[in-house]
Design a protein around this ligand. Structure first.
Ligand code: ADP
Length: 433
């Protein structure tokens, strides 16, 4: 307000001075003329200031304000302050938006923002990956152009989509996506895209596993139950030979169930337990045990050799290694016809040490090799069962080796034989052993 008075005071001074001067020079007409001239001067000055302000306001944001004094200086100060506040607010909003984008970028799920016409407004990197999209190319395009599955279209047109949609899209072959739509302001909606392929696979594996175990138990249980029924009908009336045969069959089936349950428990322990305490495993002793087991299992039907030229100790779990190597050796015996040859060898190699079992058995077609360590995967189901297999041996081997940072190498030729090698890393070998 003081600036108003100051400017007014200054204008009055000018007018008074001009009036006095005009009066002195030409009396009343001179004074009137002087007042008029000063008034015109003052109005012209303010109008030119106003024109300058309009010119400045049309310049790009951030242009330096013209220099001014008095009221005009205050007007420019106020405008500068307002512009600064606006810029600060814009900065704040920009930072907020950046933070939101950064948060959306690191989200483990894909996020897509759709406008009221279902065009893609924005998406994070995870969404680009899951939906096979490209944000520099696909923004502004309707999402339905990329995801054309009828079930997706039906889900999207619901005004309040309930739950989520599981989608196997041609856009991301082999993947299962879980999509959830959440409508928000002005017809926009947020699509959350989660890749649930692994979860689905695990769920399928779990279902298959339960089905497999039930299937494996059904046959022996049927045999045992059948025998018990026959016995209940009057065992005394049966010929002794039949009773003996039934008992033998029931005993075999009980043993089969026992083996299966033991293998299942071993697998469960390997999958859930913490890595085993590391002990210095006495390899000559372990190899001798595995060799004797093979000889006993073979019952003289095979030639079985053992070559031990590897390290004397291996860091790991004796119990687990005994089970893994035992499985490899017993497989060799079970899948090698009589008169065949089985060679066990423990030796050092360039990176660590290898336990190899080479047999001259039936061999395995190459197409089966990648799946052999899957639970219950068998090349020949009948042969596996007849020789007392559970279909879990190599799954156990794989787990044990993984827990020892070792790997299983398999090579085989149908009709010629197979080689199973457990390759241990150097850090499992004790120095000087
Ligand atoms: P199983 O109890 O059926 O032997 P494994 O998991 O030990 O189960 O082995 C899986 C399958 O791999 C077997 O059913 C068999 O078909 C094949 N296999 C394993 N070892 C050998 C081998 N030495 N020679 C031929 N086939 C083998």
């Amino acid at each position: 307000m003081s600036a108003v008075f100051a400017d007014l005071f200054r204008a009055c001074l000018w007018l008074a001075a001009a009036t006095a001067l005009g009066w002195l020079l030409d009396g009343a007409p001179g004074a009137l003329m002087a007042v008029l001239m000063i008034a015109v001067y003052l109005i012209t000055r303010h109008l030119s200031r106003l024109a300058e302000l309009i010119r400045w306001a049309r310049q790009p944001v951030g242009t330096e304000t013209p220099s001014a004094s008095g009221l005009w200086e205050q007007a420019y100060d106020a405008l500068r302050r307002r512009a600064r506040l606006g810029a600060e607010q814009r900065d704040e909003l920009g930072k907020l938006l950046d933070r939101f984008r950064q948060a959306a970028e690191v989200m483990p799920d894909g996020v897509v923002i759709l406008d009221g016409h279902r065009n893609i407004e924005w998406m994070n990197a995870r969404a680009e990956l899951s939906l096979n999209l490209n944000s520099s190319r696909d923004l502004g395009t309707p999402i339905t152009y990329f995801l054309r599955e009828p079930e997706f279209l039906a889900y999207l047109v619901q005004s309040h989509p309930s739950g989520s949609l599981l989608l196997r899209s041609a856009r991301s072959p082999g993947q299962t996506l879980q999509i959830q739509s959440a409508p928000f302001a002005a017809g926009r909606s947020l699509l959350l895209v989660r890749d649930v392929t692994q979860i689905q696979k695990l769920e399928t594996m779990r279902r298959d596993f339960v089905a497999n175990v039930s299937h494996e138990l059904r046959t022996p249980l049927t045999v045992v139950a059948g025998f018990l029924e026959t016995a209940a009908d009057g065992i005394a009336e049966l010929p002794p030979d039949d009773i003996h045969q039934f008992l033998e069959m029931a005993g075999d089936q009980a043993k089969r169930m026992q083996r299966l349950i033991e293998d299942l428990l071993t697998l469960a322990t390997l999958e859930t337990d913490a890595p085993p305490q590391e002990e210095a495993v006495d390899m000559p002793q372990l190899l001798a045990e595995v060799h004797s087991e093979a000889v006993a299992l073979s019952g003289g039907r095979h030639t079985i050799t053992l070559e031990n030229i590897g390290p004397a100790t291996l860091l790991g779990s004796y119990k687990e290694l005994r089970s893994a190597l035992g499985n490899l050796v017993s497989n060799a015996v079970r899948y090698t016809p009589s008169q065949g040859r089985i060679d066990l060898c423990w030796r050092s190699n360039a990176v660590g040490a290898v336990f190899a079992v080479n047999d001259s058995g039936i061999g395995i077609d190459i197409q089966h090799l990648p799946r052999l360590t899957e639970r219950f995967y068998r090349v020949d189901r009948g042969r596996s069962r007849d020789t007392g297999g559970t279909g879990l041996g190599l799954a156990i081997v794989k787990h044990v080796l993984e827990r020892h940072q070792a790997r299983l190498e398999i090579s085989s030729e149908p009709g010629k034989g197979s080689s199973f090698a457990a390759v241990f890393p150097g850090r499992r070998i004790q120095a000087g052993s």
